[in-house]
Design a protein around this ligand. Structure first.
Ligand code: ADP
Length: 191
């Protein structure tokens, strides 16, 4: 199976690029952010819990997130592979994902890490706020919190995959097509 971790700071373009990757490689896209937002919209217990963290720019607790992710993977027994978008976001999540993949006799193929300068991220999130309707995009203080949370808790996840020689850094600045091309080349180089 082809199992890709798509990694990058808030606003790096993970959602957009996931769409192009799933079309090209016929993968199942699992975005923890999208799953949380669907639960918030549906007013589920999970949604209410997640909202209290998301609106502060904090991460939803690992235990909740890991359990949710595993149950989403289990909903797709026919999958040829997965794109994990927004997961793992902590080293504990990365370790849990490896254990889970192991238990399925499977593994993570690679981590593709989109790199975008911080100033550009702020600009992108600001303009996304005008159309996304996302409350966590609307408030500059929450945006700053998310960037800080990323640096503190999430950036170390790249080291985890670097140690396994699975990290591929991708320049995330340029046209959507140009960035997709870089991602496709990186995936094709893994086999
Ligand atoms: P972005 O990449 O733009 O920050 P996402 O849609 O990936 O947005 O995530 C939105 C929010 O959902 C995050 O700020 C965080 O609060 C929560 N979230 C998403 N994925 C995870 C995760 N793997 N672990 C904990 N919290 C998460």
């Amino acid at each position: 199976m082809l199992n890709i971790v798509l990694f990058g700071p808030p606003g790096a373009g993970k959602g957009t690029q996931s769409e192009n990757l799933i079309k090209r490689y016929d993968l199942v896209h699992l975005s923890t952010g999208d799953i949380f937002r669907a639960n918030i919209k549906g007013g589920t217990d999970l949604g209410n819990l997640a909202k209290s963290y998301i609106d502060k720019g904090a991460l939803v607790p690992d235990e909740v997130t890991i359990q949710m992710l595993e149950s989403e993977v289990n909903k797709h027994p026919e999958a040829k592979g997965f794109i994990f978008d927004g997961f793992p976001r902590t080293t504990a999540q990365a370790e849990a994902l490896d254990r889970f993949m192991d238990s399925r006799n499977d593994s993570i193929t690679c981590m593709l890490a989109l790199e975008v300068p911080e100033e550009e991220l702020r600009q992108r999130l600001k303009s996304r706020a005008e159309t996304s309707g996302r409350s966590d995009d609307a408030d500059p203080q929450v945006i700053q919190k998310r960037i800080d949370t990323y640096k503190r808790e999430t950036a170390p996840v790249a080291d985890y995959y670097r140690a396994q020689e699975k990290l591929v850094a991708i320049n995330g600045v340029g046209s959507i097509e140009a960035i997709s091309k870089r991602l496709f080349e990186a995936v094709d180089a893994t086999d």
